[in-house]
Design a protein around this ligand. Sequence first.
Ligand code: MG
Length: 313
Amino acid sequence: MSLPLGYLPDTHYPDPRIERLDPRFTYKQGNAAIERIATGFRWAEGPVYFGDGGYLLFSDIPNNRIMRWLEEDGHLSPFRAPSNYSNGNTRDREGRLVSCEHDARRVTRTERDGRITVLIDRFEGKPLNAPNDVVVASDGAIWFTDPGYGIDGPYEGHKAQAELGRNVYRLDPRGDATIVADDFVRPNGLCFSPDEQKLYVVDSGVSHGGPAHIRVFAVDGARLRQGRVFADFTPGMTDGVRCDVDGNVWCSMGWGDPGEDGVRCHAPNGELIGKVHLPETCANLCFGGKKKDRLFMCASTSVYALYVNGQGA
Ligand code: MG
């Protein structure tokens, strides 16, 4: 059994760190506050919740491991180490873990017996850069981004030259990959709207002369069209995104004013309607818990959780 970490200093009900900017932000629970559920990581990313097992998995990239946090008693242990410096994680339609691996420069699936299947590591004969984040559509297609942060240096992978563009890919269930977007500086987090009619994709290229925004596309079968800026995060940046059942887009926030670190919630039309303030830069988030009403936030050295009056898509 792990020691409980629990609530932050100065916790007060209702938690003033949850900021309602618009009447549409109805997600604040009066008697729920931000909890730090785990800490001691170098860079936490890629959270994914397993409802059947009652645990959260997330990557601790520089420590080259995937961690597992059991919701029942807060027990924390390594799930996979080494993890090939994994980053984004998700589950496919059969519930299997799908992971982006920086160091091996590939997307993998973990089978029920624990074996690891490589889904893709090359495109047109060239190695992927370093896949970052991944989602699975209801038709089983795997959509992922390949910005290449894992080949920038040894801290989150290893130094290598990019041989491919910083693309967004779709891998169909037969294993054929296509580029669905090639005009990002650094494509990063991505998620579908609840009806899968829209795909939100982060461009975190600001430190490489690019933007710090989310673009939204219309999903046209296996293609994307009508890309436009959905929300801008300068002078900060976002990394990971998730939709709730109402179509709101929850985005990580950091790298700017420390007072803005945390999570932002945007209405489907892009308007900012609420904020969750954390004491650390937040990279990625997911919904989980037995009722999908618990927001898990990977923020630098810690993982935070918050019950919200809503549910993940
Ligand atoms: Mg990311």
